[in-house]
Ligand binder design. Sequence first.
Ligand code: PLP
Ligand code: COI
Length: 356
Amino acid sequence: MSVETKNVTISIEKAKISKIDQVDFDNLKFGSVYTDHMLVCDYRNGAWQAPKIMPYQSIALDPSAKVFHYGQAIFEGMKAYKDDKGDIFLFRPLENQKRLNISAKRLAIPELPEDIFMEGLTTLLQLDSDFIPTQEGSSLYIRPFMFASGNGFHASPADEYKFIIACAPSGSYFSGKVKVLIEQTYSRSANGGVGFAKAGGNYAGQFYPTQLAIEKGYNQVIWTDDTEHEFIEEAGAMNIFVRINDTLITGPTSDRILDGITRKSILEIAKDHNIPTEVRKITVTEVVNAAKDGSLKEMFGAGTAAVISPIAAFGYKGTDYDLPELENSYATKLKKLITDIQYNKSEDKYGWRYKV
Ligand code: PLP
Ligand code: COI
């Protein structure tokens, strides 16, 4: 069968047997069980073709597919939320659609039309809506991604690509307290590079330094600038906020940092709730000194997967600095404000909630 959405015709092949009974909704991990269907759209002969929804399955690629050799691969991270009435919502989905194309352009991947992204996604969500969890703190994690499926060992952009959306009912990204290491040796990105893109290679490059940090007892690395390792940039999967006294500070975005949707939403919400905010460069020296004199009240990461994850301690040059456990932390307050909008529990004066 096929459905005609406003501007796109999507063919649908339904799964013969649903996997829903195998999902333990009360013990969801992050991104490790998948829904019954996926959306696939091919780029060939210079154009994106009609998208297809099909049973979730493996994909066959030629060993010479350029994604394996030259890493033309980008992705997005989004969530779908279900409210008490069973209505489904996305959070600022057009921001993800735009950012996918910003990443695509930088990696020489053809940009995807908005209609295919939005209408493909909403049709897929309607079909797999039973997989959207309603348990506290859970949601359906959505992974739209694009890669070079075209063949050849020549180091140049491929002539064929695939756009796929796969979804996973998920619980929280971190289990337990988050302890981070402020990186002094390795770099995540450099000026003029691809740090601002959600390119798979940005994450591959983080794995080895992160493994070294994990061996020392940390969960994540906080990346610093690549020249002096003195300015706080972001963490592996989230933007970073620091609270010194009453002021909430985050670094400016740049071509080295992902322009996080959670980050910019938090900045707006904080301003509207009389939390003093600053967007400016944050030095490691300033954070260490503030930890020593007690003016460093909080640090937290912000991202779609991580939501708002308070940082319990950070390590720097061999010393660990613990952060206080505040009763009325900004992290707790802001997390409630943003998730109440996402789960349709509060008014959304920003127009960020998108009903599917
Ligand atoms: N920084 C990195 C490197 C990320 O992978 C993410 C997650 O997407 C973020 C920041 C947060 O971005 P967003 O809030 O748009 O999910
Ligand atoms: C997200 O937060 O959606 C991300 O893409 C981060 C990812 C590394 C889990």
